[in-house]
Design a protein around this ligand. Sequence first.
Ligand SMILES: NC(=O)c1ccc[n+]([C@@H]2O[C@H](COP(=O)([O-])OP(=O)(O)OC[C@H]3O[C@@H](n4cnc5c(N)ncnc54)[C@H](OP(=O)(O)O)[C@@H]3O)[C@@H](O)[C@H]2O)c1
Length: 226
Amino acid sequence: MDENAIAILGGTGDQGLGLALRFARAGRPVVIGSRKPERAVEAALQVRATVPGASVTGLENGDAAELAPIVILSVPFEHCASTLKGIQKRLRAGQIVVSMGVPLATAVGDGATRMLGIWQGSCAELLATLVPEGVEVVSAFQNVSAHRLQHLETEVECDVVVSGPMAARKRVMALCGLVPGLRGVDGGPLANARIVEAVTALLIGLNARYKVPEGIGIRFTGLPSA
Ligand SMILES: NC(=O)c1ccc[n+]([C@@H]2O[C@H](COP(=O)([O-])OP(=O)(O)OC[C@H]3O[C@@H](n4cnc5c(N)ncnc54)[C@H](OP(=O)(O)O)[C@@H]3O)[C@@H](O)[C@H]2O)c1
């Protein structure tokens, strides 16, 4: 396992591909995961075409999860638990799973500006019940627009609230610093993911009302510089 590698399961989709491009541009080895290895390979080729010289590979989700200390789960909320259960046995103590899922009501055929109630409190807390002993779940990147991540010529301009166990969340906050314009903000314990996930539903409504299909982000003011 390369200590600098970042695995992105579902990295064939909009958000995962955007993160893959940004981390690859920052010089980090990226492993893209997919249910179908050929889709992962295709996405890896796309990243290499955009970021020449990038270290990017494409593998089946379980194989990808074994290769990086930080594993970002980038599948729609309704598939997060099943995807994690599918790779559970491939994870090892010390790894971090990043939860990016947002329980939007679209999962039950309702609108994207409304949230579902999750028994555990949030997608991140649900996933925390599914990881093996010694693997930690950190919540991050839910409020960042895929469109802005994918357009490498511009800064993303968004704060990323990172919640979870302290040492693990510091490691994920450091990842935010790899992307120009992103700032990792210490979001405290994982339960705060409930608030952060809901902000995404608010942002989707703002995008529609203000006609910003590229995606509106968030910024906190008055934070002391790190
Ligand atoms: N899009 C955004 O702007 C945005 C912003 C903030 C947060 N997010 C979060 O980022 C995550 C990914 O969003 P996205 O927009 O990239 O999603 P997406 O493009 O709709 O899907 C991402 C990937 O999920 C996999 N997938 C689809 N159906 C699946 C299933 N039934 N079981 C397992 N995997 C399945 C697919 O990968 P394979 O077919 O290759 O397996 C797909 O490429 C979500 O949790 C979302 O809440 C997205």
